[in-house]
Design a protein around this ligand. Structure first.
Ligand code: NAD
Length: 446
């Protein structure tokens, strides 16, 4: 119980700290922030994901999309038509030169923010340029692929003062935010261990096109053996475990299985002579990463994207007073559950600890992608842009969710050796306070 009270005080204090947050550049503190003018956002990359995000933005009052960029002229035209059909002026399109078009968009002086939904290798360079151009950045997952890119994002943010948010939608999931409220209320006691996974068979529609041809991410399966997509699993865990604000990754060990799934898929679907059935892939089918934190906690993260299976995240969080298991949709809480050592349904807890963001979002939000999480993450991003405050996921969170890509690659290459995680906060994690998704109902002592 002592921990519960301490934690409540801690969150209460951090609410005050966050409310007083004043950024130092990007026009923050500017009187202009109080003027009720539209938030103007440019989007770079309007393929599948970028178009989905565009459609959500177009449903929001006070948001304009005056500029779009895509090196694929058809994608660009399709997106321009969507904006026009929504009743806004047709946005200016930038499409010539993969290293030029996005800079032309970001150099405009009439944009408040840019959203980046391009190929992975472009995320960090574009986010860096966007911050340097003074635009709030919302960048798709993962924000960075290498350790150098992680550092570049952090350093550019620190030099410019411009916020950079990785658009990790699963951090905004309704159940995950209710669990966060429960943790902040101390229901699980002291947190000890988490499990998470991105188990999503993406072979036939995303890495490859379903007709036996490579799509752009295929090259990563050929060249790299890593947890290539750790952010959907880690997103909620970062806030559940106060990573970056009280605790931090110490070291990581990763183990990859052999790579059988992709060859088997091609042989099954296109025959054993198809090049995809014979080609060698570096990427192991399942990568299991274990993170040890400085406070002695552990996190298990699974990459699992190339074997046939239904979708799963396998979130689980365990503390000194209980456990939540997303797969079972159940909790066990020593102080509350009716039967000793027996699961009880999560649904009543979802209702009791539902996050204020979801209550306030309204029914229209739930009609959008991923059950409303896409709407909520963009709503909170736009709010930060409009108010000129820090984004709910900041650059340090973005980098912590992404750094598992290079750390896991190094560990696998070194025979599952432990690899130290750099401290991107340079010690500030010891004193920084939780800022993500503070819910007033769960920041008061009762
Ligand atoms: N958060 C989520 O739930 C979610 C879901 C799907 C994809 N994603 C992420 O979104 C990103 C895009 O994925 P997708 O499925 O939309 O891919 P996609 O291939 O459908 O779209 C990518 C678009 O980026 C454009 N592009 C690439 N390089 C560019 C450049 N230099 N300048 C301008 N445009 C460029 C391409 O022409 C294409 O239209 C990926 O990073 C992926 O990881 C996230």
């Amino acid at each position: 119980m002592g921990n519960q009270v301490d934690r409540r005080k801690f969150i209460q204090a951090s609410t005050v700290a966050t409310a007083g947050l004043a950024l130092t550049s990007a026009g923050v503190g500017n009187e202009d922030a109080k003027v009720n003018r539209p938030v103007r956002i440019g989007i770079v990359g309007v393929g599948g994901r970028g178009t989905g995000l565009l459609r959500v933005l177009l449903t929001m009052k006070g948001v304009e999309v005056p500029a779009l960029c895509d090196i694929n002229a058809d994608h660009l035209k399709r997106a321009q038509d969507i904006v026009a059909a929504a009743g806004q002026a047709e946005p200016t399109g930038y499409s010539v030169g993969e290293d030029r078009a996005y800079k032309q968009l970001m150099d405009r002086d009439d944009l408040d923010a840019v959203i980046i939904a391009t190929y992975w290798e472009w995320h960090a360079p574009m986010a860096v340029y966007g911050m340097q151009a003074g635009k709030y950045v919302g960048v798709e997952v993962p924000a960075a692929l290498t350790m150098d890119e992680c550092w570049e994002l952090v350093k550019t943010h620190e030099q410019t003062g411009v916020p950079c948010m990785m658009l990790e939608n699963w951090s905004f999931r309704r159940d995950n935010l209710a669990v966060l409220n429960m943790i902040r209320r101390g229901l699980f006691g002291e947190i000890v261990h988490c499990h998470c996974a991105h188990s999503h068979d993406c072979i036939d529609h995303w890495f490859f096109d379903g007709q036996g041809n490579d799509r752009w991410p295929a090259k990563y399966l050929i060249d790299r053996n890593a947890d290539q997509y750790p952010t959907h699993s880690l997103g909620p865990v970062i806030s559940w475990m106060d990573i970056g604000c009280g605790d931090y990754f110490d070291y990581v060990t990763s183990t990859a299985t052999s790579s059988l799934g992709i060859n088997a898929h091609f042989a099954r679907k296109f025959g054993p002579d198809h090049p995809g059935a014979k080609r060698k892939y570096a990427q192991g089918d399942i990568v299991t990463t274990v993170v040890k934190t400085h406070q002695g906690k552990s996190i298990v993260i699974n990459y699992d994207m190339q074997l046939p299976r239904p979708y799963d995240n396998r979130w689980m969080i365990q503390g000194t007073l209980g456990i939540y298991n997303e797969q079972r949709d159940a909790v066990y809480l020593l102080d509350r559950s009716p039967k000793y050592h027996d699961w009880e349904p999560f649904a009543p807890y979802q209702e009791e600890f539902d996050h204020a963001w979801w209550k306030e979002m309204g029914a229209e939000g739930g009609e959008h992608g991923h059950g409303g999480t896409d709407y909520l993450e963009l709503q909170q991003f736009v709010k930060a842009v409009r108010d000129k405050t820090q984004t709910p996921i900041d650059v340090y969170d973005s980098v912590m969710m992404s750094v598992i890509v290079p750390l896991s690659e190094q560990s696998i290459a070194a025979g599952s050796a432990p690899i130290k995680c750099p401290d991107f906060t340079r010690g500030k994690w010891r004193t920084r306070e939780p800022a993500f998704a503070l819910d007033p109902r769960f920041t008061q002592t009762t």
